[in-house]
Design a protein around this ligand. Structure first.
Ligand code: PLP
Length: 381
């Protein structure tokens, strides 16, 4: 297949700064600084500052960031955790791994958690809410969600894997509740050349607990203080991420620019619903990890774009988490099924139409115009 626009282009990122990356890697390797080194501490400081949080703890991936955060908050067997089903399986698997019960709440028009539906599914067993800041946008009404959680004594732990740098009413993703969990998977806004993640928090004792949990329960010395795991972020990844963090602001602006071009180019087609466009002084500052549209005749559109060398993706392989049969959550999405949750009809409807168009900073304006042109051609507009 001769692609004209790949969904994501990994090598292009490396080539853009090949000399600098090689320099960073050579420096870390020549110092032999691999585990829990000064590069990690520096990145943790800089990342916490970027997010607007007191502490950041580097871990092996966002999945571990969420697992350790829920565990450190005391979530365990039988506890209910409210989240969405339009997410990567990681958000839900960590709840299950702790023996807790995921309770799904439906999404609103922007594909994020519908905060107004949360209060009605809180039960005496509910211990936490795990909102997912999907596609680079924070849930509308995050401040109300925090209020609801406070009223009912629930922890808020954010899955901000897709929302580094996004803000709502001036507050950045990851800073609304007890903890924010981030992913530095290669295709993410701030991606390394492998797996890495972070937990951010303002709570010093909580940060210290995560630091111990990621390192076999060890504190600053060799003593073991509690049962832990090995979920450390490699020093090499920290050094690469620290280099990339300096360029993140510009890369986010380019993502917003592409989203603006898509919005201008694709508006007015009856068979498409577009995500909210980037705004300069509004409540939301979206960072467009993804550009998720709703398209009538989605599968035909995908095939047409593919024939024209444009690669698109349906998130999560085309299913909400509760729709993966092997996971045994099927009833969770159905109102009145007796399973936890109140039904997620909007989530299920979305998966018949959802489609991600390519969006990454290295895309040229010509590539964006080509995608716009081909989508319009398909719909005869
Ligand atoms: C919404 C969401 N949550 C969690 C994750 C898991 O992140 P990681 O691969 O760093 O564990 C991802 C990554 O794809 C994600 O998109």
């Amino acid at each position: 297949m001769q692609w004209r626009v790949r969904f994501f282009d990994y090598p292009i990122q490396f080539r853009a700064h090949e000399e600098e990356y090689t320099g960073v890697i050579r420096d870390v390797l020549s110092r032999g600084a691999f585990i829990l080194g000064e590069d990690l501490e520096r990145f943790e400081r800089n990342f916490a500052e970027f997010v607007g949080s007191r502490f950041a703890v580097g871990v092996s991936c966002c999945t571990d960031a969420m697992l350790l955060s829920l565990y450190a908050a005391g979530i365990g067997p039988g506890d209910e955790v409210i989240t969405v089903s339009h997410t990567f399986v990681a958000t839900v698997e960590v709840i299950r791994f702790l023996g807790a019960v995921p309770v799904f709440v439906d999404i609103s028009d922007d594909h994020n958690m519908d905060v107004d539906l949360v209060e009605q599914i809180i039960t005496p067993k509910t211990k936490a809410v795990l909102p997912v800041q999907l596609n680079g946008r924070i849930c509308s009404g995050m401040d109300r969600l925090v209020e609801i959680a406070r009223k009912h004594g629930l922890y808020v732990i954010e899955d901000s894997a897709q929302a580094i740098g996004a803000a709502y009413r001036g507050k950045r993703a990851g800073t609304f509740g007890l903890a924010g969990c981030f992913s530095f998977y290669p295709a993410k806004l701030l991606g390394t050349f492998g797996d890495a993640g972070a937990v951010v928090t303002d709570d010093e004792a909580f940060a210290e607990k995560i630091r111990m949990l990621r390192n076999h329960g060890r504190g600053r010395g060799t003593d073991i203080n509690l049962w832990g795991l090995n979920c450390r972020m490699d020093n090499l990844h920290a050094a690469i991420l620290d280099f990339k963090l300096k360029r993140l602001g510009g890369r986010i602006e380019r993502r917003r620019e592409i989203a603006r071009l898509y919005h201008e180019g694709l508006s007015g087609l009856d068979e498409l619903r577009l995500p909210p466009p980037p705004v300069d002084d509004g409540e939301h500052y979206d960072v467009f990890q993804n550009y998720e549209i709703e398209a009538e005749r989605r599968d035909s559109l995908m095939a047409f774009l593919r024939e024209n060398g444009i690669e698109t993706v349906v998130q999560w392989g085309g299913k909400a988490v509760h729709q993966f049969e092997a996971l045994g959550l099927a009833g969770c999405g159905v109102a009145g099924s007796g399973m936890a949750g109140s039904g997620v009809p909007k989530t299920e409807a979305l998966f018949k139409k959802a489609l991600l168009l390519p969006l990454y900073p290295e895309m040229t304006d010509e590539q964006v115009s080509f995608v716009v042109h081909k989508v319009r051609e398909f719909y005869g507009g």
